[in-house]
Design a protein around this ligand. Structure first.
Ligand SMILES: [Mg+2]
Length: 186
């Protein structure tokens, strides 16, 4: 279980992701979480910067799909404005929604090692992605204060596992999770 909670990459924000590098490494499909990954729970519309981020992704030749656990109208609203194909109520960390994005929503056919999921939660995004055997890039949540109740509960579980990973897999913890856990570099 612990192994499935360790991401392949960690960046403070989606804007720090080296997209060209990922393309060179063979990533072709980028799946992304919505809340606190692209926008905070308090926002409904994509910013100009976010539109540029999408343009860069598409210009580089990736396919880009939104995979959100939320079942709210807000997801439809956002996806329509942002013009991105999407799966809502995706039930991460269950495999269902992620597999739907890969097998039904994606236009291309991709091997699992060509797919990367972006997300801000260990218990949903990282675990869900790893269970589907795809790569995961963990992002620091945009604004934790806007987390909804279910996410707050997940964050509690997340802290518990962060401590366990620190104990059992120190090297990977230091590489991918230390900063996410709010620890400063020595
Ligand atoms: Mg999220």
């Amino acid at each position: 279980m612990i192994k499935k909670l360790i991401p392949d990459y960690y960046y403070k924000s989606i804007y720090d992701i080296p997209l060209e590098e990922l393309y060179k490494k063979g990533i072709r499909l980028i799946l992304t979480d919505l809340d606190n990954t692209l926008i905070s729970y308090g926002k409904t519309d994509p910013s100009e910067e976010l539109f540029e981020f999408k343009k860069k992704i598409l210009d580089l030749g990736f396919e880009f799909i939104l995979v959100s656990n939320s079942r709210k109208k807000r997801v439809d609203h956002f996806a329509e404005l942002y013009q991105i194909p999407y799966v809502k109520f995706s039930t991460k960390p269950l495999k269902r929604g992620i597999l739907k994005a890969i097998k039904k929503v994606a236009k291309g056919e991709y091997k699992r090692d060509e797919i990367l999921l972006l997300g801000d939660q260990l218990m949903t995004d990282v675990l869900g992605g790893k269970r589907c055997k795809i790569q995961v890039c963990l992002i620091e949540p945009i604004d934790k204060r806007t987390d909804i109740l279910s996410t707050r509960i997940n964050r509690g579980i997340e802290s518990f596992f962060l401590r366990r990973i620190k104990k059992k897999r120190k090297e990977e913890y230091d590489l991918y999770l230390k900063e996410f856990a709010g620890e400063k570099d020595d």
